[in-house]
Design a protein around this ligand. Structure first.
Ligand code: ZN
Length: 275
């Protein structure tokens, strides 16, 4: 779990450029709206800077204005496609293809962090566009906030805790391994971060998802070790520790695979049956 990189583009220029491709009537209403959109972009940026995005208020647009602003996103254009490509291209290798919300599936859609039907002025605002998998996008849907508290990590700016908050345990039965993931934020120092992280995991059912996917991760590891490794347990653990360092660097400390590998290294009983 790592932050996304923000694009460094002139958002107002992008807005003015994209409306050039629209028909006369729509172009006219979007031009009239350009100052309001510019102000809203500034407001968004300021709130993010102050870690206060939850305080953003809706703007009152007429139905026609809303339709015109949404059209900018809903109608594919070369400019918008390029923007989406650029957002993905700017990320580290893993997040250029994978969803930051779950860290599991490919990002095949874009989520609007602020729901676009409520905040149409941010429909093409790069800082509101999160490359995400369709599952997370569908699950998150409109529910970015509840009782004035944000429900999902905002990957462009939220400080992702640097301490471990995702954990797992592996129990051995006679036939198989039972892996359980859990979130424990007691080591996180900031209360708001704690709540957002807990909401994020609960709302997206991430624990359930990781538990569904961990068996294939474990059996793949087991097969590779059985096939290619012929050393001692201590040597195997050294190799796995250096793998873990790479995982943490690539995916972050609280990525489900990093957490699973970290736990696996501690399981001598399991590993000794794999060599
Ligand atoms: Zn996802």
């Amino acid at each position: 779990m790592k932050n996304l990189k923000k694009l460094t583009i002139d958002e107002n220029y992008f807005y003015l450029n994209i409306i050039k491709s629209k028909h006369r009537k729509r172009k006219h209403s979007l031009s009239i709206l350009s100052q309001i959109v510019k102000n809203r972009y500034e407001e968004f940026e300021q709130l993010v800077k102050n870690s206060d995005l939850s305080r953003i208020k809706k703007e009152n647009f007429t139905l026609l204005e809303k339709e015109a602003l949404l059209h900018l996103y809903n109608q594919p254009t070369i400019q918008l496609n390029n923007l989406k490509k650029e957002i993905k291209r700017s990320q580290c290798e893993f997040y250029s293809t994978h969803c930051p919300y779950c860290g599991l599936y490919h990002s095949d859609t874009f989520d609007h962090y602020l729901y676009k039907e409520e905040f149409p002025e941010f429909a093409i605002y790069s800082q509101n566009l999160i490359p995400s998998c369709s599952r997370c996008n569908r699950k998150k849907n409109t529910k970015w906030i509840k009782d004035s508290i944000r429900q999902y990590i905002y990957f462009y700016a939220d400080k992702i805790p640097t301490v471990q908050f995702l954990f797992c345990s592996i129990a051995v039965t006679s036939d198989f391994l039972i892996t359980r993931f859990y979130v424990d934020t007691k080591n996180c120092s900031n209360t708001i971060e704690k709540i957002i992280v807990e909401n994020h995991f609960a709302n997206l059912d991430l624990i359930e998802m990781y538990e569904e996917n961990c068996n294939s991760f474990l059996s793949e590891r087991k097969n590779t070790i059985k096939k290619y490794f012929s050393g001692t347990l201590a040597e195997l653990k050294e190799i796995m520790k250096s793998d873990l360092e790479e995982y943490i660097l690539k995916f972050g400390l609280n990525n489900w695979q990093s957490v699973l590998l970290d736990e696996l290294i501690k399981q001598d009983d399991i590993l000794s049956t794999w060599i």
